[in-house]
Design a protein around this ligand. Structure first.
Ligand code: 9D3
Length: 256
């Protein structure tokens, strides 16, 4: 299979070593599931100071990224896509005002070739660059970061995990927990007793049907407490409804 290639426009290309050097993402590069090309807008400047930022019209705090160096960097990335036979590149700006990233979006992007990520810095980007070059804006959550590089790496990490073969073995089983819309159940490994706290008996029982039911019930209980929004967004199977009712009963009992 042809590797999925990512292009990133950033003034801090060195940050992306983190993806290349560690863990699952590093292995995906080594085994040629993915490629990453970095485009520094500074390399597309024409002044001696290699300027990529300028002051906002209308005043106000901070600086903006200039159009021209970004436009040239994006076009250079698009050109390499064309030479690989990728006709339609998709330019994604990581931005605090973008649509929130979801698992669904990660899946969609993992099936798209020709992705170009624009990681911006300063207060943002001249709006005309966004109008003319950007197809989509994505945020990774409602908190303020210092730039689009970490969000781009978050997105690339999430995409790489979805590529067939990357997780090795049974990808779907490992991913089940979020995909099925419930929080993960608690996990235990040795020792059997830690500071007086014992691993739940059911996990030592060898009864795999009971173990699965217990884990599902734990997932439902935790999701109900921590993320009720996930439960209401999701239809429950008969078994899930039964396990959830059992939890509700146990709650009532402990209140009496
Ligand atoms: C005062 C307006 N600020 C917007 C909240 C300006 C601003 C702050 C921080 C503009 C850009 C940034 C840098 N953040 C990102 O580039 C970013 C981001 C984020 O900060 N939070 C969540 N997702 C993302 S995606 C890109």
């Amino acid at each position: 299979m042809k590797p999925l290639s990512f292009d990133v426009v950033t003034i801090f290309p060195e940050m992306f070593q983190a993806l290349k050097d560690f863990g699952i993402t590093s292995r995906a590069f080594q085994e040629a599931f993915v490629e990453l090309a970095l485009w520094n807008p500074r390399d597309f400047t024409i002044d001696t100071h290699r300027t990529v930022d300028d002051r906002p019209y209308g005043g106000g705090p901070g600086m903006l990224m200039m159009i021209e160096p970004l436009k040239k960097a994006i076009d250079a990335a698009k050109k390499t896509h064309l030479s690989k036979g990728i006709k339609a590149s998709r330019v994604i700006h990581l931005s605090p005002r973008g649509l929130p990233l979801t698992h669904q979006k990660v899946i969609e992007l993992s099936q798209t070739s020709g992705l170009i990520f624009l990681a911006s810095r300063y207060e943002g980007v001249d709006e005309r660059l966004i109008e003319s070059c950007v197809d989509e804006e994505i945020s990774i959550g409602d908190y303020v970061l210092s730039g689009g590089e970490l969000p781009t790496m978050v997105l690339i990490d999430a995409i790489i995990r979805q590529l067939p073969g990357v997780l090795g073995g049974d990808n779907s089983a490992i991913e089940d927990s979020f995909v099925n819309g419930l929080l993960d159940y608690p996990h235990y490994t040795r020792p059997e007793v830690y500071e007086g706290s014992k691993v739940p008996d059911v996990l030592l029982s060898g009864n795999h049907a009971r173990i699965s039911a217990w884990r599902l019930q734990q997932s439902l209980a935790l999701t109900k407490v921590r993320r009720p929004d996930l439960l209401s967004a999701r239809l429950l199977t008969k078994e899930e409804s039964r396990l959830l009712e059992e939890i509700n009963k146990q709650e009532q009992d402990s209140n009496n």
